[in-house]
Write a protein that binds this ligand. Structure first.
Ligand code: SAH
Length: 218
């Protein structure tokens, strides 16, 4: 598809998201109108880059559906001053959307090849304030903590303890939890130094959050 066709497809994608998901934040939709999605997938898939579907990105992983990105990011409620941790960089598309909204984005990806590729694409788009590193994101990024917002884009069996600990007081964590067909997205808020509230948002289907040896969970 030609660049003009991709621009038109992106504008149409955002209009459809606004119509089908009226709860989405306008700021999030504006970010998705700005960030092209096709550079994050193989060129053979560019014709489908603005359809509302997950697409393969290699290594058995997928780029999340645009509606999932829009809904999770809206639920997270990111502000311009926020420091955000993303667990599961994958393609880097969600990272780019977060970078449009937040002051600082720290993203951790288990598979080094994906981390390198995402970083390359993000650099090419020229988004400031983004760091990507390979590693087990279920352990968070202690050197960069605390985080105002944490977004996990792979499904955890249980909410990783390190992420609860690295969340700032009054901060929010959006995380898919569960296995196979039984997954749901949780919105967790840290309400005090030792207090967290949790609310179930909706059913979902994500690839599993895999822990390296030694990962702790709560
Ligand atoms: N937001 C990404 C989603 C990618 S799928 C996108 O839209 O492109 C989830 C990603 O989480 C995969 O790339 C997978 O390798 C990664 N992942 C799985 N377990 C992880 C872990 N423990 N730490 C960091 N990344 C992990």
């Amino acid at each position: 598809m030609r660049p003009a066709g991709l621009d038109a497809a992106r504008a149409r994608m955002v209009r459809d998201l606004a119509r089908r998901h009226p709860g989405c934040e306008p700021r999030v939709l504006e970010a998705m109108a700005r960030i092209p999605r096709h550079p994050f997938v193989d060129e053979a898939l560019w014709g489908r880059a603005y359809d509302d579907e997950a697409l393969p990105i290699g290594y058995g992983q997928t780029i999340s559906r645009p509606s999932t990105v829009a809904r999770m990011t809206s639920a997270l409620g990111v502000g311009p001053e926020d420091r955000v941790l993303e667990v599961g960089t994958g393609s880097g598309y969600q990272t780019a959307v977060l970078a449009c909204l937040a002051g600082r984005v720290c993203s951790v990806e288990l598979l080094p090849a994906l981390a390198v590729r995402a970083r390359t694409i993000l650099d090419r788009l020229g988004l400031p304030g983004v760091e990507v590193r390979p590693g087990d994101g279920s352990l968070g990024w202690p050197e960069r903590a605390p985080f105002d917002r944490i977004l996990v884009t792979a499904a955890a069996a249980e909410v990783p303890r390190a992420l609860l600990d690295q969340l700032a007081v009054d901060g929010s964590l959006v995380v898919p939890v569960g296995r196979g067909d039984g997954q749901e997205i949780l919105l967790i808020r840290r309400t005090g130094p030792e207090a967290w509230s949790r609310r179930t948002l909706e059913p979902c289907r994500f690839v599993p959050l895999r822990a390296e040896a030694g990962g702790r969970s709560a």
